[in-house]
Design a protein around this ligand. Sequence first.
Ligand code: FNR
Length: 222
Amino acid sequence: MTSLTRVDTKLDVLVFAASLRGESLNRKLAELAASIAEHSGANVDLASLRDFDVPLYDGELQESAGIPPGALELQRRLVASDAFIVASPEYNRSMPGAIKNLIDWTSRLRPQPFDGRHGLLLSASPSLAGGNHGLWALRVPFEHLGARIFPDMFSLAKADNAFANGELSDPALRERFKNNVLAFLSLAEAAKHYPCVKRAWVEFLGEPPSENAGAERKERTA
Ligand code: FNR
């Protein structure tokens, strides 16, 4: 008898914070997102930025030594995932250099692993804007590389006082955060199992829904 239940339906999600600090607020937020994803039934790969350690991008180094192991590791773990969640600090109203440098190295790889992957951006900061400006900057390279960045981004303001017992202490904020993460996962899940939804998303971005859309982008970024 044919079963209508699929056994490979679990979503694989890579989650990491774009901060190296042991006491990183963004790491705490990433861990909360990972826990929500796990409870929703996803397979979560909770990574550290240290797993993706790379030198400063240098075209000559790339020619002489190739792509560094940290970028290959990010490619491997992205390829094994359907979606990714990044919690990034804001530095000087933009993204930290470490994450941009990692994106730059990883973008030289083929297959370029951001292309077509769904991403959710989070930020945490002691400031009142919660690092939200940095996320608008971070969207740019990800979207340029073909990642489908979820429209709703979550920024945690006054993050130095926002956590208690490994949770967000404000119940309303906790609920909003959970709903934001779950809405993202629903879209990523729909794209994984119902490719027609994924095509509709591409059309929404104003790109031709052709088989060659990805290849055209690769040519532009090469
Ligand atoms: C910051 N910080 C910061 N915060 C912010 O909201 N807007 C900003 O533009 C900046 N700029 C900035 C630049 C640099 C170089 C540093 C080191 C810090 C403060 C930052 O949000 C705070 O240190 C966070 O706690 C960093 O994130 P993690 O490491 O806790 O995840």
